[in-house]
Design a protein around this ligand. Sequence first.
Ligand code: AMW
Length: 150
Amino acid sequence: MLKFGQHVIQQSCVFWESKLSFAFVNIKPVLPGHVLVSPKRIVPSFTNLSPEENVDLFKGAQQLASLLKTHYKTESLTLVVQDGVDAGQSVHHVHIHLMPRQAGDFANNDDIYGEIERVDSTTSEIRSEMEMESEAMIYKELVKEMGITS
Ligand code: AMW
């Protein structure tokens, strides 16, 4: 069990861990494969990451980006870090959004940013724990198969 700001993330929803970081499935994904990578320590802002946390987090995000590109058969991925309330950050614990993209997934490519804001403000699109666990299981297998290191 790991903390994501005020939220508790069940181990079954975590699909990758390193010494300082972890990745987990999203409770309200804006697209299939929308996952989050965070430091294990509750660090509110990107600028508060230690150099070690920064390297560990981005190394993990890069490897998991490859996993998502392979699994979702795409060459395109949107990465987002909302740092601070005025940038749209709602959970005050650094997280990188990884979102695999497909041709035509939004009418305009950049509509994804409006969708992140819209979904963030709803409580109606929360997924079941079972659905999240099933998704995490698929990625856990891929982490092993692709030899993604911690
Ligand atoms: W931010 O607006 O802070 O950049 O994004 C917060 C993200 O965290 C959103 O994508 C939201 O769906 C996700 N989220 C919030 N609570 C949980 C949770 N308990 N488990 C998984 N994802 C969560």
